[in-house]
Design a protein around this ligand. Structure first.
Ligand SMILES: N=CN[C@@H](CCC(=O)O)C(=O)O
Ligand SMILES: [Zn+2]
Length: 412
């Protein structure tokens, strides 16, 4: 099965060679080809070039006149498997309570855990697949999904099995992350070590046996899990071959970044509160910093200082953080726009951060994130637009016309 996209106004994120990620000044370059063709065979990018070299072959033809093609978004941080919603807390925040005050009053992550524990695996799958289908149509072609609203052995495994079923049933690339250390359940209020033991000695062995997880995560934050707890979780993950991707520096900078780097974590995510020593620590590492601007938008907390980080030579990835508490949105188009508008990233930087660097933050850089021969044909075909700057410019809207996963058009 071959598809030939012809007359593409501009083909974005064209990389002849596979690369891992890009950093600093390199991020403001977005390689493109104008008036291009793109050939897809059996779901894989076979060839591309300018229209002068367009092959004359037997293939399904898509005329992309006036429109652009880019690799689909790579969303490396979500919690999109959850039960119910938390719009009540949303109203409480409007009336003046903070995210942390709500959590202290029994809301927050524990509220979502209560709902999820009372929801069957089938029902959880039904609620979650709707969100997955929604983000696919918004242009996401690779996504990471975390557990962390179960907080008991049974419910954490229930979440991970739901993620497993989504992986089996949808053509989008999915990576699963075990986030048992997301919040301390009430029953363990005075016995945190026992909860960590449960995660490490009882849940992790089953996860390994059933091959349910790709990464391990922990919410390293005051009132949640300390730097030392983070160390224990990352060490335990390593024993099971799981690399870390951690929540750090959302509300307080307590040294989680440095601990993560010691354990060679794949990504450090959030980073709304970041000190100069944290930026220094991230230099020349293989750890991807990940910003979640929709979370800052929704909670009214500071944005990750992307400009400063990139100007210091760091790489950066952008992701949604799709979850019921801090970010009830999985729209990567909004993330890219907000990164430009609020974090002063250029459109080139934001698109790089939401494609190739996002792919790296899921260890998927060999499969997605750029227009490269041999990668999956996970693509966004835009509406008619004048320039790619229009993609972040038209915030709150989106420029996605069609989405292709493994070369097949994704439909409602
Ligand atoms: N900060 C920790 N976890 C989620 C929010 C969890 C929730 O409020 O349900 C986040 O990444 O923002
Ligand atoms: Zn998160």
């Amino acid at each position: 099965m071959q598809i030939l996209f012809k007359n593409i106004k501009e083909l974005l994120q064209v990389r002849e060679d596979k690369i891992d990620f890009i950093s600093g000044k390199e991020m403001c370059v977005l390689p493109t080809l104008k008036n291009a063709f793109l050939l897809v065979k059996n779901g894989i990018i076979k060839d591309f070039g300018t229209m002068e070299d367009c092959p004359n072959i037997d293939a399904e033809i898509v005329d992309a006149t006036g429109r652009m093609i880019l690799p689909s978004w790579c969303d490396s941080h979500t919690h999109l498997v959850y039960a119910g919603n938390r719009e009540g807390e949303f109203v409480d925040r409007i009336k003046g309570l903070t995210y942390n005050e709500i959590a202290e009053n029994g809301g927050g992550i524990l509220n979502s855990a209560k709902k999820l524990q009372a929801t069957s695996e089938d029902e959880l799958y039904k609620q979650s697949k709707k969100r997955l289908e929604e983000i696919i149509l918004l242009g996401t072609g690779a996504v990471e999904i975390k557990s962390g609203y179960g907080l008991t052995k049974e419910s954490e495994l229930k979440m991970l099995r739901v993620i497993q079923h989504l992986k089996e049933n949808y053509p989008i690339e999915i990576k699963a992350t075990f986030l048992g250390a997301h919040a301390l359940p009430k029953e363990f209020e005075n016995s945190k070590p026992e909860y960590l033991e449960l995660l490490i000695n009882e849940v992790l062995p089953i996860i390994e046996k059933e091959n349910l997880t790709d990464f391990i995560d922990v919410f390293c934050e005051k009132g949640y899990f300390s730097v030392n707890d983070t160390k224990l979780i990352l060490e335990a993950g390593k024993k099971y071959g799981l690399q870390g991707k951690i929540h750090v520096n959302q509300f307080n900078a307590i040294g989680g970044i440095q601990e993560g780097i010691k354990h060679n974590v794949l990504s450090v995510d959030h980073l709304e509160e970041i000190r100069d020593i944290d930026i220094e620590a991230l230099k020349n590492t293989q750890t991807m910093p990940v910003a979640l601007p929709s979370c800052s938008y929704f909670l009214g907390i500071p944005y990750t200082p992307a400009r400063k980080m990139i100007d210091h030579g760091l790489p950066l990835a952008l992701a949604t953080d799709y979850n019921p508490g801090s970010t009830p949105s999985g729209n990567m188009n909004f993330v890219v726009a907000t990164a430009c508008i609020k974090m002063k990233m250029t459109p080139e930087e934001a698109i790089n951060a939401a494609t190739i660097n996002g792919a790296y933050a899921m260890n998927l850089q060999d499969k997605v994130g750029s227009i490269t021969r041999g990668k999956l044909a996970n693509l966004i075909l835009t509406k008619e637009i004048n320039s790619y700057n229009y993609i972040p410019y038209s915030f709150g809207n989106h420029s996605v016309d069609k989405v292709y996963l493994k070369g097949k058009e994704a439909k409602n």
